[in-house]
Design a protein around this ligand. Structure first.
Ligand code: TRH
Length: 381
C-alpha cells in the first residue's frame, strides 16, 4: 500500500485572507500533527505575508513551520506530483501538473477542499467522487462541517490546551502588551473583524451611550473607514485610540494568524467574519457574532441561518432569540430588529452567553478534526 506521506496543497488567493488562512492552517496541521511532507503552492505570497510576516514573497521556495511554501506562477515548472493533491476551494490545478498526475501509477489521491458551511446538505456531498472527463483521475469533494458525517473543523492538537492556559493565567499580561489597562469588572473587551457593516454606526452609538464600559479592538482592515467616519477622524489608522462616551476604540495593526488567536482568546466578545476567524472564535470559547461572507442573491443568509440553528440550539430561549437578532442585524437580514436594542438586551444575558460559548467549544471538540479526517479519508482511498 502507498504510504501517502507527500502532500501538495494548491491555494489560489481570490480575495481577503480566508483562502490562504485556511490553506496555511491545514498545511501546518498536516506537517506538525501528522508528520507529513507538505508543499503549499500559493499564487499570491504577498497576501500570505500579511498572516505570516516571515514569508518573503520574492522567494520561489521557503520552509515555515515544517511546510515547504512554494510560489505558484504561470511559468512554474512543477516537480513530480505528491501522493496526495489538494486543491483548495476549487482552484484549478495547473494543466502540466494535472497531466503529470494522470501519468503516475497509481495516480495521486485528488481532493477538492470546499468552503465551510453548517448546512446539512454538506453531509450528503462530503466525500463524493468526480471523475475527470478526459484523464484517468478522480477528484473527491471534501466538505468541512459541523457533523460527524462531514469533514469537521480545523483544530491544532494543542489548541484548546494553549487557549485554556492563556485564559487562566495570561490575559492581564496580554492587555499590558497592547498598552491597555486591566479590564474593569463590568467592562466588555470586544474584538471587531468585519466587512463593511451598515449596523456599525448604531452599534458604536449603543456602546458609547450604554451602561457598561466597552473597549473595542479593531484590527486594521475593511471596517476602518466606517469607523473613521463615525469618529470623525478621517486619518484613523493602526495604533490610534479614541474615546467617545463609555466607548474606547483601539485600531490594531493586522497581526499574524497566531497573535489574532490570542486576541480572540482574551476578548469577552468577538465579531468575526468569513470562514477561518469564525472557526477560531468558536475555539476561543467566548461569545461571538458572525458576519457571513456576502454572496450574490443573499445566498449567505442560508449559511447564517444554518450556523445560528446549531449555535443557538442549546441556548436558553431569551439568549437564543437575542443572539439570533443580533447576528441577523449584523448581516443585514431584512426585518431584523435594531442593534441598539439587541445590545441592551444582551447585558442581562452576559453570563449565560459566556457559559454557552464554553459549552459550545467543548461540544465542537467532540466532532471530527479536519486534518485528521482528511488523513483518514486519504488512507481509505
Ligand atoms: O478574510 P476573510 O473575509 O476570508 C473570506 C472567507 O474565508 C470566505 O469564506 C471566503 O469565501 C473569502 O475569504 C474568499 O475571513 P476569514 O476566513 O476569517 O479569514 C481571515 C484570516 O485572517 C484568518 O485566517 C485570520 C487571519 N487574520 C490574521 O492573521 N490577522 C489579523 O489581524 C486578522 C484580523 C485576521
Amino acid at each position: 500500500m502507498r504510504a501517502m506521506r507527500t502532500w501538495d496543497l494548491f491555494c489560489n488567493v481570490i480575495d481577503n485572507y480566508g483562502d490562504i488562512g485556511v490553506s496555511w492552517r491545514l498545511a501546518r496541521i498536516l506537517a506538525r500533527d501528522h508528520a507529513l511532507a507538505v508543499r503549499l503552492w500559493v499564487d499570491d505570497l504577498t497576501v500570505m505575508q500579511r498572516i505570516r510576516p516571515e514569508i518573503d514573497p520574492a522567494r520561489a521556495q521557503q520552509t515555515l513551520a515544517g511546510v515547504r511554501v512554494c510560489r505558484w506562477q504561470a511559468d512554474t515548472v512543477f516537480p513530480a506530483p505528491a501522493d496526495v493533491v489538494i486543491e483548495a476551494f476549487g482552484c484549478q490545478l495547473p494543466a502540466s501538473y494535472l497531466q503529470a498526475m494522470a501519468e503516475c501509477t497509481p495516480p495521486p489521491v485528488w481532493i477538492n477542499l470546499e468552503y465551510l458551511s453548517a448546512e446539512t446538505w454538506v453531509n450528503v456531498h462530503h466525500g463524493l467522487p468526480s471523475p475527470h472527463p478526459r484523464l484517468p483521475l478522480t477528484k473527491h469533494f471534501f466538505f468541512p462541517g459541523y457533523d460527524a458525517a462531514s469533514g469537521g473543523l480545523l483544530r491544532e492538537s494543542d489548541l484548546l490546551a494553549r487557549c485554556a492556559q492563556f485564559q487562566a493565567a495570561g490575559v492581564e499580561d496580554y492587555w499590558a502588551t497592547l498598552g491597555l489597562p486591566a479590564r474593569e469588572p463590568d467592562e466588555w473587551r470586544v474584538s471587531l473583524f468585519a466587512y463593511e457593516a451598515s449596523a456599525l454606526p448604531a452599534l458604536l452609538d449603543a456602546w458609547a451611550t450604554g451602561q457598561a464600559r466597552v473597549t473595542v479592538l479593531v484590527p486594521e482592515g475593511r471596517i476602518v473607514p466606517q469607523l473613521a467616519a463615525w469618529l470623525g477622524e478621517p486619518d484613523l489608522q493602526a495604533g490610534n485610540a479614541s474615546q467617545r462616551g463609555r466607548l474606547r476604540v483601539h485600531v490594531l495593526p493586522f497581526s499574524n494568524q497566531d497573535d489574532y488567536d490570542t486576541l480572540l482568546w482574551a476578548c469577552d466578545l468577538n465579531f468575526v467574519r468569513g470562514e477561518d476567524s469564525c472557526v477560531r472564535a468558536q475555539w476561543a470559547g467566548r461569545p461571538m457574532v458572525w458576519q457571513a461572507y456576502p454572496q450574490d442573491a443573499t445566498a449567505h443568509f442560508d449559511k447564517l441561518d444554518a450556523l445560528l440553528a446549531r449555535y443557538g440550539a442549546q441556548m436558553p430561549t431569551p439568549l437564543a432569540q437575542i443572539v439570533g437578532d443580533c447576528w441577523r442585524r449584523w448581516n443585514d437580514v431584512p426585518g431584523a430588529p435594531d442593534i441598539a436594542g439587541c445590545w441592551q438586551a444582551l447585558q442581562a444575558q452576559r453570563a449565560a452567553w459566556a457559559a454557552h460559548a464554553l459549552a459550545w467549544q467543548a461540544e465542537r471538540a467532540g466532532a471530527p478534526e479536519l486534518g485528521a479526517a482528511l488523513v483518514e479519508f486519504v488512507q481509505k482511498r
